[in-house]
Design a protein around this ligand. Structure first.
Ligand code: ATP
Length: 262
């Protein structure tokens, strides 16, 4: 698709095209298009930039990933087409395993996602076919199926674009769950240990930079960052940020209504 270089929403349209290509290639499901639309709406509201309070969440997430013993990055179709290369880069920096985990699990699709990640440079991708032989207790959806060498054994799980049920189940299993979700009101956002409210496209590169900055800090320092982190407080700050943006917008509209030239 030809998107003019000066189109004001060019970036968002380019991201949308990646999702559409992923759909045509059988990596993204139809439901993934709808989920992306919900994300776009929230991205529009936050101004398509990383909300300032989110940096606090990214710092805590980086600390948790660095000190994790068995970190895993859980991926679905939308995540890989939007940030496949960056996911692979992050996994190599923090020595995390990558695992495919899908709500709509179709054998051909999980293989396509694995192959896509391999093309992005991944050496190994868990959770495909028989490898997803373990189950998350109390979870009924296909998302319950996990690798015994990956998510089941993990202490820290990064879950971009997750559903609320599984986040809750992973927390109950005692894992640290780091979510990336543009919707600060979702059950995922509310239940995760650390919620990064941002577009996965922007969040993962910032997370990589932050890991590189913190990597040489002592374990004590990193544990301190995590101990001091309060997810509810940060989510509250993000909602406050959205509220202040909406307040500014509403003032603008009032101004136009009162304008004598209107
Ligand atoms: P929950 O069960 O947690 O309440 P949900 O039902 O909203 O979540 P899904 O339908 O799986 O969950 O929606 C996916 C979520 O991913 C949405 O909240 C949407 O805002 C978010 N999302 C979509 N695209 C992106 C993106 N590019 N980056 C970050 N988040 C995204």
């Amino acid at each position: 698709m030809n998107i003019p270089a000066n189109h004001p929403r060019r970036q968002s349209l380019l991201i949308r095209e990646k999702i559409v290509d992923g759909f045509r290639n059988g990596i993204v499901v139809a439901q993934g298009l709808i989920a992306h639309g919900r994300g776009e709406a929230f991205d529009y509201i936050i101004g398509e930039v990383t909300p300032p309070p989110t940096y606090e969440a990214i710092t805590a997430a980086a600390a948790a990933l660095i000190i994790a013993r068995k970190p895993v990055i859980s991926v679905n179709g939308n995540t890989v087409v939007l940030a496949g290369k960056e996911i692979v880069k992050l996994s190599s920096i923090v020595e995390a395993k990558i695992e495919v985990n899908l709500f709509h699990r179709i054998p051909d699709r999980e293989v396509k996602i694995r192959d896509y990640l391999m093309k992005c440079g991944a050496n190994n991708v868990l959770g495909v076919g028989d490898d997803a032989s373990a189950a998350i207790p109390e979870l009924m959806s296909e998302r319950r199926r996990v690798s015994p060498h990956g998510i089941l054994a993990a202490d820290v799980v990064l879950v971009p674009l997750e559903d609320g049920d599984r986040t809750e189940a992973l927390i109950k299993m005692g894992k640290i769950v780091i979510a990336i979700d543009l919707n600060p009101f979702s059950r995922t956002s509310r239940n995760a240990t650390i919620t990064i409210v941002d577009n996965v496209v922007r969040a993962i590169p910032i997370l990589i930079d932050t890991v590189l900055k913190l990597k040489h800090r002592t374990r004590g320092d990193l544990e301190d960052i995590i101990k001091k982190y309060n997810n509810k407080e940060v989510l509250g700050k993000v909602v406050e940020y959205i509220y202040s943006r909406l307040r500014e917008e509403s003032k603008l509209n009032l101004f136009f209504e009162k304008s004598p030239n209107k």
